[in-house]
Write a protein that binds this ligand. Structure first.
Ligand SMILES: *[C@@H]1O[C@H](CO)[C@@H](O)[C@H](O)[C@H]1NC(C)=O
Ligand SMILES: *[C@@H]1O[C@H](CO)[C@@H](O)[C@H](O)[C@H]1NC(C)=O
Ligand SMILES: *[C@@H]1O[C@H](CO)[C@@H](O)[C@H](O)[C@H]1NC(C)=O
Ligand SMILES: *[C@@H]1O[C@H](CO)[C@@H](O)[C@H](O)[C@H]1NC(C)=O
Ligand SMILES: *[C@@H]1O[C@H](CO)[C@@H](O)[C@H](O)[C@H]1NC(C)=O
Length: 917
């Protein structure tokens, strides 16, 4: 007898007609392959990077929270009443939809003494569990909302009168409508005055139920059986209305989405499976069989996998149904992760409503079969299915057969659906794979908006919220996904618990444990140039050449639309050509020889690479005293030949156009600040050098000259100040060793002694080729160093001979010390350096050639380290931390990515039975 194996679960690509035979112990072998795959997928799999990252303080967000009130996780938007209703812990708020900082109403709903005591007696925590968490907020009619709360593990529901924003006080039993446990997964939807819920029916949370509560009928519910629901974690429910004029007279349907433990796959642990289930709105239960139970409950597997890598996303966290007037255009979007959470991948899969309908109306059923006495397996049912089709809604054909409601369904059909709620055919995603795969995030919420761009094409804009309070905005363009931006919505990195979208208010509303945040759906005005505006590829944004502003097309009157520039493939050539910076627009930067200069240049795009040009040719870091960092170019120990023009270019690859777009971001004219001096004398340098070789001059140990922190506003195109003051950090010469103080070129006169004095405490982060230096020096210096070298060589030879036989390590160290002796830093700096710049310089330079924003943590730290030491004038380490551009880097959890937090995983709640109960 055939049965399903994990291998089938992993490789289901729609080819489900011939289930493979497999051994029960095969799971282990498959797991090995699977774990191998996890590694491969997380390192080599396709995943997108957000183009722009906005920090919380970068963007204008409106926030609401009240002191002492937490868990703002239930949201209800009312477009007609212009309101956002928020259900929190023991409180319900009415906020303005246009501005959530405006609180229009509030009502408190606390737990009385007695239920509180009962709750604590059952072993629940008084501060956490035995409170009233508002979990249901639904529109009932024009005057009332229907509200339910966990009410100290005794769920209760009530009516909220909108006229005076007060509760009716006629508490109804909330069992089956609301969860007992505030942390248990739960979903609900109100349809025509009837409340549909997916929750648990008991205190323990062990009896899952999909139910309908209506004031006029008794509760309709699922059968309590693992083949109906097996430790489900409910995420979403919504209604799909059928056209009233549909010829077959089909009923409206309510779809539920959840993750449950699979019954059909062999696995040594609990294998989770994402499901879609549906019930018919007109269902009344059976007459004898399935009395007060759904006669239309069917469920199917949702597939979200990368077939080419055999990788499965098997946990669904949230679903959004993008409804269209024509049901053929209705699309279901879901966010998924893998059960093995530490892979760090999230995916968005999309399903056509038509595909789902097809599976429910035509799919094959699965059936439980007993093999070898007690062992049961699920196999495809190949027998004759009774008529009317089990689980189908009542339609005109049934009505003609005198079956006007589920009460008239024959027992044969009812018995069949009771035993066969699971369909074999899976629901496959559009394009057979995810629309979007993102690395190192856990998506928790999703909403989608369908917009028409200026090219008249329709785009689905996907907004996904993460467990760290970040929002991603993505658009699918010709099958390729592009993450337009990421926004740190919440101040603290906590999960986004609820996400709503109002097309009318052009806003997103995010609920979390600490508050509610409102964000616009687009940040067009943050793009300051046409190229930025176009390269963002945001369907909401277009460039207005007349006002020279990036505008939201939905804020712009449509008669203006024709003059707007929008190119969703990111073709920045569509922009009016900007006249390049003229020489007068370059910022003049004057530095003293030997000090370092920083030329600021901020690139906002995570997809762009920075290119620096000096005198018209691209700079490479390897050969020079340059460091190209996140915030600009750093030139160490500016020498005369470093003078000239410097330009900062952003090179951004636009994959949809297939070309690079280069933009000039900033231009500088670097000159040496040479003080007035007597005419050139050839012998001058010698004096400087010989004095430099002496011991440190205590009077100038801490050269603070020119170290004042100057403001360095980033230079933007078109706003250049011709004769602006130099906006540069002046630091004392970063040398510790006199041998390197003079610049290699002997034609340029040196600064007065104090500027070049070797007593500076700045260690040199990198050094030029020493041999080149020696060639430049005059004879006395060369002789001295030759002597030193011979002396050291002698020492080395001695040490070598001594230790060669059985102690090679000290010899090596001595050799290393010998070779590196001329650039040994000052003792007080060693500790700092040890922590900051351990890897060899060459390696650092290699790494920094990658796009910095995408670079690893290590790379950024190294960059920081290099930059810091370049700037330090005091022997301290650890200050001058440059904030990283990626949100993830700020979060503490980044440090231990594999630390699984079970409590935050909603999937765990299904089996979180309290042992005290
Ligand atoms: C409610 O919020 C508090 C404070 O943020 C949090 O610790 C707790 O886990 C939340 N409880 C639920 C059920 O979400
Ligand atoms: C349906 O019921 C009507 C009257 O109750 C009867 O005349 C008719 O034959 C029935 N039709 C079927 C298909 O059973
Ligand atoms: C740029 O050109 C000037 C004059 O042609 C030259 O002195 C300078 O060394 C050059 N600078 C660089 C960094 O190439
Ligand atoms: C685009 O620019 C990047 C970075 O400068 C470069 O590596 C790549 O080769 C360029 N591609 C093309 C097609 O010019
Ligand atoms: C995602 O969630 C899992 C499970 O809770 C956790 O182990 C992982 O660290 C999270 N990943 C990120 C990037 O937050």
């Amino acid at each position: 007898m055939n049965h399903y194996s994990l291998a089938d679960a992993m490789t289901d690509k729609g080819n489900f007609t011939v289930p493979k035979l497999s051994e029960s112990n095969m799971g282990f072998g498959v797991l090995g392959v699977f774990l191998g795959l996890l590694l491969e997928v997380s390192t080599h799999g396709p995943h997108a990077v957000p183009r722009t990252s906005w920090k919380h303080q970068d963007v204008d967000l409106m926030e609401f929270s009240e002191p002492g009130i937490f868990n703002y996780s239930t949201l209800l938007l009312s477009e007609e009443r212009d309101a956002l209703y928020v259900g929190a812990r023991e409180a319900i708020f009415q906020l303005s939809k246009k501005n959530v900082t405006v609180k229009n109403n509030k009502v408190q709903w606390s737990v009385a003494e007695t239920p509180m005591m009962m709750c604590t007696l059952k072993g629940k925590s008084k501060e956490r569990d035995c409170l009233n968490y508002i979990r249901v907020l639904q529109d009932l009619d024009d005057k009332r909302l229907y509200v339910c709360g966990t009410h100290a593990f005794q769920p209760q529901c009530d009516y909220l009168y909108l006229s005076n924003f007060s509760l009716a006080g006629q508490a109804e039993d909330g069992r089956g409508k609301c969860s007992f446990d505030p942390s248990q997964s739960f979903t609900t939807i109100m349809v025509d005055g009837e409340l549909y819920s997916g929750t648990a029916y008991n205190f323990l949370g062990s009896e899952p139920i999909i139910s309908r509560y209506s004031p006029s009928q008794s509760l309709l519910r699922t059968e309590y059986s693992t083949s109906w629901l097996n430790e489900p974690s409910f995420v979403f429910a919504d209604v799909i209305r059928e056209d009233r004029h549909r010829a077959d007279g089909e009923d409206d349907k309510i779809y539920y989405f959840f993750t449950e433990v699979s019954v059909e796959y062999e696995f040594f642990g609990k294998l989770l499976i994402p499901r879609v289930a549906r019930v018919c709105k007109g269902d009344l239960g059976g007459q004898r069989t399935l009395q007060k139970k759904w006669t239309s409950f069917l469920k199917a597997k949702l597939v979200c996998s990368m077939p080419e890598l055999n990788f499965v996303f098997n946990v669904v966290h949230d679903v959004f149904i993008l409804k269209a007037a024509d049901q053929r255009e209705t699309v279901i979007y879901g966010v998924f992760t893998s059960q093995w959470g530490n892979v760090g991948l999230s995916a968005v899969c999309a399903y056509n409503m038509v595909t789902v309908e097809e599976v429910f109306s035509k799919g094959k059923y699965m059936q439980k079969a007993t093999v070898e006495q007690s062992h049961t397996k699920w196999v495809r049912y190949n027998g004759i299915t009774p008529s009317p089709r089990p689980g189908a809604c009542i339609n005109n054909l049934n009505r003609q057969q005198n079956i006007s409601s589920s009460l008239h369904l024959p027992d044969k059909t009812l018995q069949f659906v009771k035993d066969h709620p699971l369909l074999e055919d899976p629901v496959l995603p559009i394009g057979n794979g995810p629309r979007l795969i993102t690395k190192d995030v856990n998506y928790t919420q999703i909403v989608v908006e369908r917009v028409q761009a200026l090219d008249r094409n329709i785009y689905d804009i996907i907004f996904t919220g993460t467990d760290k309070g970040v929002l991603h905005k993505s658009v699918v363009y010709e099958g390729e996904v592009h993450i337009v931006e990421e926004i740190q919505l919440l101040k603290t990195p906590e999960p986004i618990k609820n996400l709503l979208l109002s097309s009318q208010a052009r806003s997103l509303y995010a609920g979390s444990d600490s508050g509610v945040v409102q964000s616009p759906t687009a940040f067009c005005d943050k793009y300051l140039s046409c190229a930025e505006c176009i390269l963002a590829r945001d369907p909401y944004c277009a460039w207005n050449p007349h006002t020279s502003a990036c505008v939201n097309i939905f804020d712009t009157p449509s008669q203006v639309h024709r003059s707007l520039i929008q190119s969703l493939n990111g073709d920045a050539d569509k922009c009016p050509s900007v006249s390049g910076l003229s020489l007068q627009d370059y910022q003049h930067v004057m530095v003293k020889p030997g000090s370092s200069a920083e030329l600021p240049c901020l690139v906002h795009s995570n997809l762009a690479q920075v290119m620096w040009k000096s005198n018209g040719s691209a700079l490479t870091e390897a050969s020079r005293f340059h460091l190209i960092g996140e915030t600009g170019l750093l030139i160490y120990s500016v020498a005369p030949e470093d003078q000239g023009h410097y330009e900062c270019w952003s090179v951004e690859w636009a994959p949809a156009v297939g070309k690079n777009f280069s933009r000039l971001l900033a231009g500088y004219f670097l000159t040496l600040d040479l003080p007035p001096r007597p005419p050139y004398q050839a012998g001058h340098k010698t004096t400087t050098l010989s004095s430099g070789l002496g011991k440190q001059d205590p009077s100038s140990t801490h050269s603070s000259e020119g170290n004042g922190k100057t403001d360095r506003p980033p230079l933007t195109l078109g706003s250049a100040r011709p004769s602006s003051t130099a906006t540069v950090h002046f630091t004392s010469p970063p040398q510790t060793d006199s041998s390197l103080t003079p610049p290699p070129s002997s034609t340029i006169r040196l600064q007065p002694k104090q500027h070049l004095h070797p007593s500076s405490n700045i260690p040199r982060p990198e050094t030029r080729d020493p041999s080149a230096e020696y060639l430049q020096h005059n004879n006395s210096t060369a002789l001295l160093f030759l002597f030193l070298l011979f002396f050291l060589l002698f020492l080395a030879a001695l040490a070598y001979n001594c230790y060669m036989q059985y102690l090679p390590a000290p010899c090596l160290r001595l050799r290393a010390a010998l070779l590196g002796s001329h650039k040994t830093p000052q003792p007080e700096y060693r500790a700092c350096e040890a922590g900051l710049i351990e890897p060899p310089v060459t390696e650092k330079l290699d790494l920094t050639e990658q796009p910095t924003q995408n670079g690893s943590q290590v790379t950024q730290n190294q960059l920081r380290a290099l930059r810091d030491t370049g700037y330090e004038t005091e022997p301290e380490c650890g200050n001058g931390q440059i904030p990283s551009q990626s949100f993830g880097d700020d979060s503490p959890s980044q440090e231990k990515p594999f630390d699984v937090d079970c409590d935050s995983q909603p999937i765990e709640f299904a089996d979180a039975d309290d042992p005290y109960c």
